[in-house]
Design a protein around this ligand. Structure first.
Ligand SMILES: O=c1ccn([C@@H]2O[C@H](COP(=O)(O)OP(=O)(O)O[C@H]3O[C@H](CO)[C@@H](O)[C@H](O)[C@H]3O)[C@@H](O)[C@H]2O)c(=O)[nH]1
Ligand SMILES: [Mn+2]
Length: 562
């Protein structure tokens, strides 16, 4: 779809490679499947020839468990059958499209200043503001469902600090671009010592001011007077009941919004959508939909990146990487979103709860990519705005990517823009509309992102999984047993809820619209929870029967080979 002038015959912007030794692995899977069938045959014959009624029942239930496990095995292996790996060519992208790059809107979500400290949130914000991308085409939106003036204050501080941070990042080409993460890496010795110590000092002073305000529990009066935005909190009584607060902290259209080197800054917007006890707020999905609408009034970027506030950008080239998948002349026409893996910086040495999700990110997602596309996992994901807003595949895209830089480089001031844009974040706005149903992220499910991704696939789109060597995003993983259980419970419940809902991959919603193999992989996480029954039976009953002296597994001697 890219509107390249020299499109035809040009080198591709990305490449897809199949996993090595694919056929050998498939043969191995087939041989395992034959083994599984043999176990089934063994059980059936045992059941037929056993006269003891009680034993027969136990055998039958064991057989049912094994049937289930066989089915579960087939589902898990469907995610490994056709693994593919993607490679992006950023240099070709710059070469062909540098002056036609699309506008990109970045959404960062936060919901609670105590669980998600404002310092962490602004580090994420700063890391995405510092992408290696034309700043006049970059807009960053922070959605604060906590409606916290402390978060707002931190973002205000970040907007000032960014004037120093962005030039520093670009001058020394540093990685990662989250200040906290960067200052804690050891490899920053290459950077000029003076420059480093002065930027570090600025950062620490800012951190100190934010921490002081946090400890105080309120924003000091002398700070409140510095920005009109604080006056919004005069009428805020609770985080569940307040008007929309929308503040443009850096107006990218304003020629005076520049960093210390005089280079334009990206747009930076704070949004706390309206909340009212009488209206469901629909959690993150509600926040994302409000962001979609508000941003459409302000920058209206064609590409949207969404990150959780605990997940900073670890690679300043990710935007360009993702665009390679959206702008290839031959192969991009059906790609709706580009999902990066969830990677983490706080993993413990032995990772005893498997928080790294390595099977998911190294095996299952590449497998899913090979049969229609990875699921949308809610963070580290680039979307085409139109598709996220409900567009079906097959209809032509309206305009070229190249959109004149901030068409509305109008004379309308930031306050006017705030007034017009904030209306669409009111909680009554969605009443009687398709938002949360056919438009935007779907409501009513704990894994709103997964059903949203599935519905995009059902509308005929594909997606791409991109896992570069230098990770695109790093976040916080649950590392204690308690945190892990909460996380897994949410995913297990959410996915089961999805299986049973009308959006489930087995329901008519998915049937016929996405391929069988793709649907099977979607089931993988949906049947996580139901797996408990067979597992429990299989681990308890055979041991109990051994105590009674009745073996439920074949003796080696009866296998003819031995
Ligand atoms: O009312 C809300 C609730 C949450 N969030 C934000 O949503 C994100 C994810 O919420 P979190 O409670 O951290 O959920 P997790 O279980 O850690 O999230 C994982 O699983 C979710 C469901 O699949 C995905 O949406 C997330 O992206 C993914 O990181 C965070 O940035 C929150 O600040 C909001 O903006 N508003
Ligand atoms: Mn999280």
């Amino acid at each position: 779809m890219g509107s390249g002038s020299d499109g035809g015959g040009a080198l591709p912007l990305f490449e897809t490679k199949e996993a090595k030794f694919k056929n050998a692995y498939r043969l191995f899977l087939i041989s395992m499947f034959i083994g599984i069938c043999m176990i089934w045959v063994y059980r059936i014959t045992q059941i037929l020839f056993d006269d003891d009624v009680e034993e027969r029942l136990v055998w039958m239930l064991l057989f049912l468990s094994e049937l289930w496990f066989g089915f579960y095995w087939v589902i898990t292996k469907s995610a490994r059958w056709n693994r593919v790996y993607r490679y992006a060519f950023r240099d070709r992208l710059s070469h062909r499209y540098e002056d036609k790059l699309p506008r990109v809107d970045i959404f960062v979500c936060t919901a609670d200043p105590t669980i998600e400290p404002p310092m962490m949130v602004i580090n994420t914000v700063l890391s995405v503001m510092a992408y290696n991308y034309p700043t006049d085409k970059l807009s960053v939106y922070l959605s604060d469902d906590g409606g916290s003036d402390l978060t707002f204050y931190a973002l205000l501080e970040a907007s000032v600090f960014s004037k120093h941070w962005l030039p520093f990042c670009k001058k020394f080409n540093i990685e990662p671009r989250s200040p906290a993460a960067y200052f804690s890496t050891k490899s920053n010795s290459v950077v000029d010592v003076e420059g480093l110590s002065s930027i570090k000092k600025l950062y620490e002073e800012m951190e100190h001011r934010i921490d002081t305000a946090a400890n105080l529990g309120r924003i000091p009066e002398e700070i409140r007077t510095k920005h009109k935005g604080f006056s919004e909190w005069v009428s805020v009584t609770s985080q569940r009941d307040h008007q929309t607060i929308l503040q443009v902290l850096i107006d990218g259209r304003n020629p005076n919004a520049v960093d210390i080197d005089g280079v334009a800054l990206p747009m930076l917007v704070y949004l706390s959508r309206q909340k009212s006890p009488n209206h469901p707020h629909n959690f993150k999905a509600g926040a994302m939909n409000a962001l979609l609408r508000v941003s459409s009034k302000i920058s209206n970027g064609k590409i949207i990146l969404n990150v959780d506030c605990d997940m900073y950008s670890n690679n300043s080239e990710s935007v360009r990487d993702a665009l390679c998948f959206f702008m290839d002349e031959q192969k991009s026409h059906d790609i709706a979103f580009v999902q990066f893996p969830q990677s983490f910086y706080n993993l413990t040495k032995n990772d005893i709860y498997g928080s790294s999700l390595s099977i998911l990110t190294e095996v299952e997602l590449p497998g899913m990519d090979g049969c229609g596309g990875p699921l949308y996992i809610g963070t580290g994901c680039f979307h085409r705005r139109e598709v996220l807003c409900g567009k079906k595949y097959g209809t032509e895209f309206d305009v070229e990517y190249e959109d004149s830089v901030l068409i509305n480089k109008v004379q309308e001031g930031a306050s006017k823009l705030e007034e017009t844009a904030k209306i669409v974040a009111d909680c009554t706005f969605e009443e009687g509309t398709q938002w949360g149903k056919e438009m935007g992220l779907k409501y009513g499910c704990a894994v709103e992102d997964v059903i949203t991704g599935l519905s995009i696939h059902c509308r005929g789109w594909k997606s791409v999984y991109f896992n570069p060597t230098r990770k695109g995003f790093l976040g916080v993983a649950p590392i204690t047993l308690g945190q892990t259980l909460v996380q897994y419970k949410r995913w297990a419940e959410g996915n089961l809820q999805m299986l049973l809902s009308r959006y489930g991959p087995l329901q008519s919603y998915g049937v016929g619209r996405i391929k069988l193999g793709h649907r099977m992989v979607y089931c993988l996480w949906c049947i996580w929870a139901p797996n408990w029954l067979a597992t429990l039976y299989y681990s308890v009953i055979p041991s109990l029967y051994l105590l009674k002296g009745i073996p439920l597994f074949p003796r080696v001697s009866i296998i003819p080979l031995f």
